[in-house]
Write a protein that binds this ligand. Structure first.
Ligand code: FES
Length: 62
């Protein structure tokens, strides 16, 4: 549903590609760990469901 260059978290200016890269580079498997790395979803929180979906997709590929 997102292209690589689409902003998933507008507040932190993170694209899908940015998020996928952090998830895989740091071998992240929880939302909290992703948040620690990126501060994603710390402003409005409207991106939480989308971030969780991307995280689940990446974990499923392992
Ligand atoms: S869009 Fe991610 S915190 Fe607002």
């Amino acid at each position: 549903m997102f292209d690589d260059n689409d902003f998933v978290c507008r507040h932190m200016q993170l694209t899908k590609a940015d998020i996928v890269k952090v998830i895989n580079d740091k071998n992240i498997s929880s939302f909290e760990a992703l948040q620690d790395e990126t501060d994603v979803a710390t402003i409005c929180g409207s991106c939480v469901a989308d971030i969780e979906e991307i995280l689940e997709e990446e974990i499923a590929k392992r």
